[in-house]
Design a protein around this ligand. Structure first.
Ligand code: V47
Length: 353
């Protein structure tokens, strides 16, 4: 049976078949992914009103792709006082944000109480806001730095008000590529174990994949297959987010960047391989809003949110430093032929715009 037939019959595909999907023309592949997307979500495109906060850029790790860390090409170290994080969250809440997405660097001087106390302080000030915080890479850093087990860090996150985990730090699971781009960071096995333990606590998380740098197509498929295997066991992933590599101000030398076609193919293949993860996010920050809108026809059903401010990808060249006004976001989704549906962080529908 050929791969197109297999996908149409709803059968699972493996490495070889996913690689064969890359060889299809974009139109055929897009149609397959769109059929799956429509069966699950119709023409709805989800987004949330959220605020990204990146409270420190001081980092003990050295990831070649990172332009955000203060120890590298960006010489402006900062660490926000907890009060500033709370003030930003309050202002965002007043403007309608329902979620704060808090991701930091691995700062050995900030202290465990700073990392965990900011969530508690945000929750005390705004009991109804959803706190999505701490990537598996940060959790691994906190456990190592403060002599705690992963279980202890996860329990303390919950005690301090973290509701869900973002998908960052996954990069590429292939050990060879991972070693080259971010040696010393949480291992692939470690990343997956942390999410497994989080899911075992009845909590949800997301999963990312950083692509378009030195990895090959098979590394992307391998990454998706490892996520699919964990999702079969736990069902705890809400969403998969392929992050397109941003090239400025960092130390990763990349010969060839992916074309728009290659990015759309990767989104479509994610929709087809990840048959057990309901939401595929076209993160406009790294794909550009134009391509994210097109990706809605290639399997993506989520566009993240208004963001307001973002520093990690912006440092590497993304146009995300000031987010996207809500009205514009909604109009763009409508004008592209989809239905903008505001969701909460756990994908409950809040409002059809
Ligand atoms: O883990 C760092 C990535 C991630 C670059 O869970 C880069 O809903 C591209 O995880 N080019 C952090 N990417 C962002 C993240 C995220 C974003 C949006 C939504 C969610 C979610 C999670 O940013 C890091 C890393 O993979 N990153 N440098 C770069 N040069």
């Amino acid at each position: 049976m050929d791969v197109v037939e297999k996908v149409r019959k709803g059968e699972r595909i493996g490495m070889e078949e996913a690689m064969a999907l890359y060889d299809l023309d974009l139109y055929t592949l897009g149609k397959l992914a769109d059929e799956k997307r429509r069966a699950l979500h119709g023409k709805k495109s989800y987004f949330n009103i959220n605020r990204h906060i990146n409270p420190t850029n001081v980092c003990k790790d050295v990831c070649k792709f990172c332009a955000y860390s203060a120890s590298r090409k960006n010489p402006n170290p900062y660490t926000m006082p907890v009060e500033e994080v709370v003030r930003i969250a309050k202002e965002a809440w007043d403007r309608g944000a329902k979620e704060v997405h808090i991701v930091s660097a691995h700062n050995p001087e900030a202290g465990l109480e700073w990392y965990l106390g900011m969530f508690k302080a945000v929750k005390e000030a705004l009991p109804e806001i959803h706190v999505k915080a701490l990537t598996a890479a940060e959790i691994n850093f906190l456990a190592e730095e403060y002599g705690l087990t992963i279980d202890e860090v996860l329990d303390r996150m919950i005690e301090n008000g973290v509701d869900s985990m973002p998908g960052g730090g996954a990069e590429i699971f292939d050990e060879g590529v991972r070693d080259y781009i971010c040696k010393g960071k949480v291992s692939s096995q470690g990343w997956l174990e942390i999410h497994r333990k989080w899911h075992e606590r009845g909590r949800k998380s997301n999963a990312t994949m950083l692509f378009g740098h030195v990895e090959k197509r098979e590394h992307r498929v391998d990454h998706m297959l490892r996520l699919r295997a964990l999702q079969d066991e736990t069902g705890g992933f809400n969403c998969f987010i392929p992050l397109v590599y941003q090239r400025e101000n960092n130390y990763l030398k990349v010969e060839e960047f992916p074309t728009g076609q290659e990015i759309l193919k990767t989104m479509a293949i994610a929709r087809l391989v990840l048959d057990n993860i309901p939401n595929i996010k076209a993160y406009w920050v790294t794909s550009t809003i134009n391509l994210a809108l097109i990706a809605q026809e290639y399997g993506a059903n989520d566009l993240d949110g208004t963001i307001e401010r973002e520093s990690i990808n912006a440092a590497a060249g993304a146009q995300s430093a000031h987010g996207m006004p809500l009205e514009e976001f909604v109009h763009l989704i409508k004008d592209s032929g989809f239905i903008p549906v505001e969701r909460d962080s756990l994908y409950n529908e809040l409002k059809v715009w």
